[in-house]
Write a protein that binds this ligand. Structure first.
Ligand code: GUN
Length: 283
């Protein structure tokens, strides 16, 4: 078997087209979605991510602000900036780029963001709403994974989904979303015995561990859908995922490439969340 490619770039482009139409409808009511992205310090990878978020806002006609704050800023100063944007009516989404410098407590910052403007879906109330199935702003990468599945005709309902990784950003929330979509979900992690055997039971395999090319063809049930959330830099500078892409092509039914799979979906879902928030504020 030769796996079909899940083209995250083209799926992301078509979602952005749908968003463009909805943005126009909202604009006719006098509302422009507004996003502020706050970057503390000068981490090079974070700078690239922040630039791409601002670019996406520009493409879709959102109002956006990028606030760059020196690494030495105190936690209290950052909290004051967030408080200002919590109150600012033309801002519907607040994103503080992670990781933060060590002297700033990530949890205190996430907790301070108004739940209504929590477009990352990281606030404990957003996480709780996701868990109990209430309407929430959903974390972007996990909701992007669900869109990739649905838009390639691989609906999770009734399938066995195996998630490798239990992070708060991907593993746990994507597991909850899969459950909400009526999959049977198994969550595996670094202490799970016999990972390949667990993975081989998956109709849908989601991998988010940050280990380059961990998953080989022996881990894949023939015909399975393989979603690779990993993004690792090899010694030669090339990017690769947690799945050995060329190796699993023979066995998998569908597979996401890295780059060009899950990656493009994350910012698109951020744009969708900002629009959703703006719509709620306008009601
Ligand atoms: N850093 C890496 N990914 C993310 C993300 O999805 N949101 C935020 N706020 N920071 C990140």
């Amino acid at each position: 078997m030769n796996a079909q490619l899940i083209n995250g770039k083209s799926i992301s482009d078509s979602i952005r087209e749908e968003l463009r139409y909805e943005v126009e409808l909202l604009r006719q009511k006098g509302v422009t979605p507004g996003l502020v992205v706050i970057l503390v310090g000068e981490d090079p990878a974070s700078q690239v991510y922040v630039r791409n978020k601002a670019k996406a806002c520009e493409q879709l006609g959102y109002y956006s602000e990028v606030i760059k704050i020196p690494a030495e800023t105190t936690q209290d100063e950052l909290l004051r900036v967030i408080e200002q944007y919590n109150k600012q009516a033309n801002i519907h989404g607040i994103l503080v780029q992670l990781p933060l410098p060590k002297h700033i407590e990530e949890k205190a910052i996430i907790d301070a963001i108004s739940v209504e403007k929590d477009v990352d879906g990281f606030h404990p109330v957003s996480v709780g709403n996701l868990m109990i199935g209430d309407d929430a702003l959903l974390p972007c990468t996990p909701s992007g994974v669900i869109e990739l599945l649905k838009r390639t005709g691989n609906h999770p309902s009734g399938k066995h989904a195996v998630v490798i990784g239990r992070s708060n950003i991907v593993g746990k929330p994507v597991s909850m979303l899969l459950l909400r979509e009526n999959a049977t979900v198994t969550i595996c992690h670094s202490r799970t015995p016999n990972l390949p055997e667990m993975a081989r039971q998956a109709d849908i395999l989601i991998v988010a561990v940050g280990v380059a090319k961990l998953v080989k063809k022996e881990w894949i049930k023939p015909g399975a859908v393989v979603i690779d959330v990993g993004m690792n830099r090899l010694p030669d500078g090339k990017l690769c995922g947690d799945v050995d892409y060329d190796d699993v092509l023979e066995t998998a039914g569908w597979v996401t490439p890295v780059p060009g799979g899950v990656g493009p979906m994350t910012i698109t879902m951020l744009m969708a969340n900002t629009l959703k928030s703006a719509r709620r504020f306008s009601q």
